[in-house]
Every structure is written in C-alpha cells, then in structure tokens.
Design a protein around this ligand. Structure first.
Ligand code: NAD
Length: 247
C-alpha cells in the first residue's frame, strides 16, 4: 500500500507509533522514526532490523517543540531518502491531575508537545510536500477530543487543538493535494495504559461497547489507510478507532 513512499513518524519508538512504523514498513514504505532520546531510537531501530533486515528505516531525536530542530531533521531525512510523502505526528504525553493540583508548567509542557510539535511538523513538511505534488499528514488525536475527560484537562484540551489544526490545515492545503487527517484512538494497550492501575483499565474496558481495549496494531491500520492512496479523497477527517466508545 505504501510502495515508494517515505514516511516520518514522531514518537515512533514504542506504543502506537512503533506499530505504525511496523505497518508502514510491511507495506513497502521507507520510514524515519523520531523519538525523545537517542537510546530509545536505537533500541527501536534494532527491534525493527531484527524483524526484517531489509526494511529501510532511520532514526532521529530532535526536540519536536523547537521548530528549527524539526526543520533541520526533516531536511536530513529528505537528503537521505529524497522526499517526504507522509508525516505522522504521533508523539504525545497525557495528564490526569485535577485542576487544583495541575502545575501550570505541566499544562504548558503538554501543549508544547501535543500541539506545538504538531504545528512544527506540519509547517516543516508542507513545502516538501508541495514540491512533490502532494502528501498525507496524519495527526494523533484521542477519543477524549469529543467530550473531554473528568480530570487532567490539559490532555483533552490539547487533542481538541489537534482536531482544530487538522481540520483547518485540510482546508488550507487541499488545493495542493496535501491531505490532513487525524486518528483518534480509544484506550489502547501501550505504556500510557500500562501505567494506569489494572482495576482502572478493567473498569474502562467494561465501559467500552466492544468490551476490550484496542491493540496498537488495530490503531496503526487506520494510519495505514489514511497514509495510502486508498484514502486519496479523504481529508479533514477525525477517524475514531475506539470500539464505539464515543461514536
Ligand atoms: P507512548 O507513551 O507509548 O509513546 C509515546 C511516544 O512519544 C514515544 O515514542 C516517545 O518517545 C514519544 N515522546 C514522548 N515524549 C516525547 C518528547 N518530549 N519528545 C519527543 N517524543 C516524545 O504513547 P502511546 O500510547 O503510543 O501514544 C501515542 C499517541 O497516541 C499519543 O499522541 C497519545 O496521546 C495518543 N493516544 C494514545 C492512547 C492510548 O490509549 N494509548 C489513546 C488515545 C490517544
């Protein structure tokens, strides 16, 4: 589905991002995986090479909240692979603090990574996509971008912002054949979920119409569809992959 395509995946070292990297590589793309630390990037590259030594995958760890660092990194990827067709903005952090305990600096940090870094990635990749006549940007939202959540308000606020960026940029960039969509996962079995108390996960699963949390591979398939030419007329969509939790 992605033969001859070059993809950049932020937060590609574990969880949903790693599953997206695997899905894209299996489908013929060359991939640049971005992580927060060189050590985790190296570990992810080793894991992918062990799965299939033929896969073409490189890794970097720019500060995604710094536009100049993102632009320099994307230029390096373009120099190595020749172009960028697909950008997946997936790196993200969550929060659970009630408002009175919520450190304003933590609120700023969540906005910096979950929103500003998405803006930075989009801004840096758009001229490259225009140059090659189009591309696909896929942002990572969340099911909480529909109704919010009862604590940790910075997280849903950041994902509402991701939806706003996605729908606005889809309208701005449609004429350049650049599609901009978001995937909004429900509760998915990654480190973010593993950090929650087991009873909380069970309570959450019981409230999901499909009766279980999602697997990273199931979420990755939605990214694969939106990245591919099968979604050639899909733009501005927030695709909920949540076992019918909020949809
Ligand atoms: P995870 O914690 O397993 O992985 C997060 C990824 O982001 C890692 O690759 C990490 O290196 C990267 N990252 C974290 N901080 C970073 C930083 N400061 N700079 C650069 N990279 C950084 O998370 P996940 O559960 O796979 O979540 C991935 C995305 O999916 C996030 O945007 C998250 O909000 C969203 N999401 C997850 C769930 C879920 O249940 N897991 C549900 C809805 C949405």
């Amino acid at each position: 589905m992605l033969k001859n395509k070059i993809a950049v995946i932020t937060g590609g070292t574990r969880g949903i991002g790693f599953a997206i990297a695997e899905a894209f590589l299996k489908n013929g793309a060359k991939v640049a995986v971005l992580g927060s630390r060189q050590e985790t990037v190296d570990k992810a590259l080793e894991k992918l090479a062990a799965e299939n030594p033929e896969w073409e995958v490189i890794g970097f760890c720019p500060d995604l909240t710094d536009y100049n660092a993102v632009e320099a990194c994307f230029n390096e990827i373009k120099n190595k692979f020749g172009k960028i067709d697909i950008l997946v903005n997936n790196a993200g952090i969550s929060a659970r603090e009630p408002i009175e305990q919520y450190d304003p600096l933590a609120f700023k940090n969540i906005m910096d990574l979950n929103v500003t870094a998405v803006f930075n990635g989009c801004k840096a990749v758009v001229p490259m996509m225009k140059e090659i006549g189009g591309g696909s940007i896929i942002n990572t939202s969340s099911m909480v971008s529909k109704f919010g959540q009862p604590s940790g308000s910075g997280y849903p606020a950041s994902k509402f912002a991701v939806n706003g960026l996605t729908q606005s940029l889809a309208r701005e960039l449609g004429k350049f054949n650049i599609r901009v969509n978001a995937v909004a996962p429900g509760v998915t079995r990654t480190d973010m979920v593993a950090a929650l108390p087991e009873e909380m996960v069970a309570r959450v699963a019981a409230g999901i119409p499909m009766g279980r949390v999602g697997e990273p591979e199931e979420v990755a398939n939605a990214f694969l569809f939106l990245a591919s030419d099968m979604a050639s007329y899909v733009s501005g969509t927030i695709l909920y992959v949540d076992g019918a939790t909020v949809n």
